[in-house]
Each structure stands twice: as structure tokens, then as C-alpha cells.
Design a protein around this ligand. Sequence first.
Ligand code: BES
Ligand code: MN
Ligand code: ZN
Length: 488
Amino acid sequence: MQISFAAARPAGSFALVLPVAGSERSALQSLGAERAAIEGAAKAQRFEGELGGSAEAWSHADGSARRILLVGTGGGQPADSAEKLGGTAVAKLLTSGVTKAVIDLSGLGYDADAAAKVALGAALRSWRYDLYRTKLKEKQKPTLTEIVIVGADGAESRWNERYAGLVEGVALTKELVTEPANIIYAETFVERVRAAAEGTGLEIEVLGETEMRELGMGALLGVNQGSMREPRLLIMKWNGGAKGTSPLALIGKGVTFDTGGISIKPAAGMESMKWDMGGAGAVAGAMLALAKRKAKANVVGLCGLVENMPDGRAQRPGDVVTSMNGQTIEVINTDAEGRLVLADVMTYAQRTFRPKTMIDLATLTGAMVISLGHEYAGVFSNDDSLAAELQAAGTKSGDKLWRMPLGEAYDRLIDSPIADIKNVGPREGGSITAAQFLQRFVDEGVRWAHLDVAGVVWSDKPGTTFDKGATGFGVRVLDQFVESTAEA
Ligand code: BES
Ligand code: MN
Ligand code: ZN
């Protein structure tokens, strides 16, 4: 989507989008003599200017028919509904036949940031992936290619500095999450990220199987043992902050397909496990966003990329593996693989980069989906201020987080009779015992948070900033967290 900004409406043909704040109708003044007719048409569609509502009408003022789209913002501050305004407009117009839309904010109190957020919502909502839809009918294809935001001073530079790169990061995440597992596996994940990061200054380093074996990553390697694909550890470094300050570490679970392994999952719905790399996808997207917008912070992103397959060589329930930090793990259930991958990546990250703060993102447990559904991701942390900072960044960005507990009593549930730790606890509190497992790999003094994103990386219905499918969850909360903390 081509996004631009202007002081006044351009010449030529376009659909005109006007925000309507509930019963406050000043946006309609510019319709002149046609105002009454258009308001009447909107009323007939039961449009009340409510947030997310919309109505269509036609204007004939200059002799040709122009499509008018009224989008409800519900009143309140423009900033609060700006993203939804952009998202709603695009959702309505994307395949409508319209090729160009003008969103006119003139005189409605949108400051530079609010207007740029209209563009953000529009750009995010316009993402789709039609690569494999070779038989789309003409009528089903997107038509909208251009959006002009009119009437807000300073919006263009705000957009360029703060949001344009973020959109590219979210797009990368959505693409990685959408692609099936025969296309995106460890090696190709790395290649996609490399291509996207070209010329951004993001430094990329990759460890292969041999290096990981030398480092003693027995937990991660055990998971990949049944796969024909080679594992990878993808490391992305962004040094936009003061030289020598220790980086924030972001860690992603990148299981490019999770069959469950020998503890195999039921067939129904197993295809959704192509997005078991959603945590890694979010970390890659966030790193790209930070680099694109030249964030003034030092951040390192690490993605543990493996495939969990059943095979003659696959690891078995009961196997004991040794992790990079020397802890032994009894693998009770080969389907609790994400924590095994993260354990070694966390150890590597702490030893290599000495971060003060480490955040991991993972589609870790089905139990998380049972707890919070598809609205919030769970956040677990050993540090109250870190949890609060992340929750605030979540609220501000739209990637909402809900705090979950940790504690000694939960930790006892993953003691193993044969090894230091076992990879599953009882069924109850499954997301918490998974987080406890991860905490055993957090070094003394490191502020750590774990985001269980199992319920939010994929959506069966469209949202404000995504169509049904990949949501891009995680990129925005991480980007906002960096802005609010490391760049502050
Ligand atoms: N990737 C899954 C978690 C998952 C399940 C995410 C459903 C999204 C939707 C994870 O690897 C897994 O299989 N977890 C098991 C853990 C159990 C064996 C302790 C689970 O949640 O069932
Ligand atoms: Mn699993
Ligand atoms: Zn998994």
C-alpha cells in the first residue's frame, strides 16, 4: 500500500473517507449541498458514528460519482480511534474496486501522531498474501493501492520516523507465520530474514548444527533429531544505542512445524502447527522494525529454529538430554518441545551477550489459549517492574498482555526423579509450569519475561490490523517496549 500525506485533497478520482465521531458531525461540513442526502443515506444504514461502524454513500458534486465512506470513531480523543479508523477504511475498500482513497482529517483535531496512526492502521490492515491463490477471480483481487491522509501537520515525518518501519516488521512476521512448513523451515526462515534485513544495518549471524553441538545444546538438538531439516540459531544484532551498553535480548521459539514428535498430536487441526514459529517470527519482525526506524537502543534477537518430527531417529519419551548450561532434562513428553529449544537459546544469549533484560516469545502451551483465549497473551516475569513495563507497552501498542503467576510451589511440579528437571508437569496450570521450566534457565540477576503467545499469533477472524490468519502479534509490543524503556 502506498501511503502519502497532503495538506488538501488531491485532484482526480478517489474514494473519500471521513471520520464521524458519534453524533458530532463537523467532518461532514465539507460535503456542502450534498451533506443532508449523505447523512440521510448513512442514517438509513443505521450508522451512528460508533467506533468501528461505517456507512457508504455517493456524491455527485462534480458531475462524476464519488464513493464516500463514513467511518465511526465513537467520539473521544482522535488518538484513541485513529488506528481503527485506518484499519476500518482499508477493510471496507481493499477489494471494493476503489484504487485510491483519501482520508480527510481536516479540522478534526488530529495531531501528527494520531494522523500517522491512521496510516498505521491502514497499512497494517492492507497486508495479505495471495501467493498460492492462483485462481482468484478478478472481483476478489485487491484494488486499493494508494491512500492519502489529508489535513494533519507533521504527520508525514511522524509516519516516516516512527511507524513506516514498524509496518515492514509486522509484514515480515505475518509472512513467516503464514508460509507453510514445506516452504519455511530453519534455513529458509533465515534466508527470508536476511533478504528483508538487507541494507538496514541489522547484523546477522547464524549457527548451524555442528556449532550447536560443540556448544552442548543437547536440549534444542534433541527436538530436531527426528527432522530431515537442519536446525539453525539465528542471531540478529541491532546496535543503535550507546556503545558498550549491554543489549536487550529477545528470544523466539521457532518450531517451524510441531507434530508433537513421538508424543504425536491428533490429526485434527495439526496444520495450525505451521505457526509454532510465531514467537521467532515476532522477534525477527521486531528486529527488522527497530533497524528500519533506527531505534536508539542495543537489542539482540535470537531465534531457535527447529522442526519437531516423529522418526526412527526422533527422541523418545523418557530420554534424558543435557542442556547447554549443564542441567539434565527428562523428556517426558516430546510435544513439550518449545521449552527445550528456548532453554538452550536463553543460555547462549546470556553467556554471549550478558543482557540485563531478556524477553522470550513462544507459542508455548495450549493451556494459555484455554486461560486467556485470543485477546491477551500471557506474561510471566521474575521482575514486577519489567512485567509492568511490558503490560504498559502492550496496552499502548495494541498487543495486550495479562500477567500470570510464577512460584516455588509450581516449580516443585517439574522436579524429575531421574534428572534435574522434567519437561512437563501435571495438566493443571500447564502454562505456568512451562514458564517455571524456562525460569530454571534464567541466570542470577537477569530480568526476564516470558510471553506465551499461543492464543494470539493466528486469528480465525479479521481484526483491526489484520485479516483472518497471521496477526503479527508481538512486533508492536516489543517495538513499543524498546521505545518506552531503552530509548527513553
Ligand atoms: N506448540 C504447542 C502449544 C500450542 C498448542 C500452541 C496449541 C498453540 C495451540 C506446544 O509445543 C505443545 O505442544 N505444548 C503442549 C505441552 C504439553 C505436552 C505439556 C500442550 O500445550 O499441549
Ligand atoms: Mn509441542
Ligand atoms: Zn510447539
